[in-house]
Design a protein around this ligand. Structure first.
Ligand SMILES: [Zn+2]
Ligand SMILES: [Zn+2]
Length: 202
């Protein structure tokens, strides 16, 4: 796997305007603000991640986004740094093979800034990006409603929408395989056939 070069990284860092601390800068206060963002219909239309976990970035000198968790040392608990990390989560889950601080990222960051900070500070951030020649892509567009995450039926391989696929848990609420994790299935019959094939007797 080739890594995409993150050529714009230091340019983005150098062009970000100062942030404002969120409340007193506690993890629960930051979590509450992030929950507000991910609870909006704007967010839900654009990113499949429904919850971003905020953690204390203790010992780490930098703020980080790891999959759908963001880790923030005390200095980083400002609206601007949080939106930077939230933009990483959005891009990680919606764009494959793009640079971490490329135009998709800055497009998402500015869109988040506009929506969740807005006003003069947004105008300033946009202007500084322009002055410093930061490349900015389009704002993230809503994911088409038909484009829900898909998997493959564990029995026949047909594509299935994960949210509505048949699962073991639903069909066998009690008994020895209750609550077991399984692949998704397109029909109940395929789930039952799979269970037959995968029954292990100890
Ligand atoms: Zn970053
Ligand atoms: Zn099937």
């Amino acid at each position: 796997m080739t890594r995409v070069r993150d050529t714009q990284r230091s340019r983005v860092y150098g062009a970000e305007i100062p942030g404002q601390q969120i409340g007193r800068g506690t993890v629960p206060e930051v979590q509450a603000w992030v929950d507000q963002i991910t609870g909006t219909s704007w967010w839900r239309a654009r990113c499949p991640v429904s919850k971003i976990e905020v953690r204390n970035g203790q010992g780490g000198s930098s703020a980080r986004a790891v999959y759908s968790t963001i880790k923030l040392p005390l200095w980083a608990r400002t609206d601007r740094v949080v939106l930077h990390e939230v933009a990483h989560v959005l891009i990680t889950h919606t764009c494959n093979g793009v640079a971490p601080h490329g135009r998709e990222f800055t497009g998402a960051y500015l869109a988040l800034f506009k929506r969740f900070i807005g006003g003069e500070r947004y105008e300033t951030q946009r202007a500084v990006f322009r002055e410093r020649r930061v490349k900015v892509g389009a704002a993230p567009k809503p994911i088409r409603s038909g484009a829900r995450p898909r998997g493959e039926c564990g029995q026949c391989g047909k594509p299935v929408v994960l949210a509505t696929a048949w699962r073991l848990r639903a069909v066998f609420p009690t008994g020895p395989i209750a609550g077991k994790i399984s692949p998704p299935f397109c029909t109940r019959a395929h789930l039952q056939a799979w269970v037959q094939d995968h029954t292990v007797r100890y």
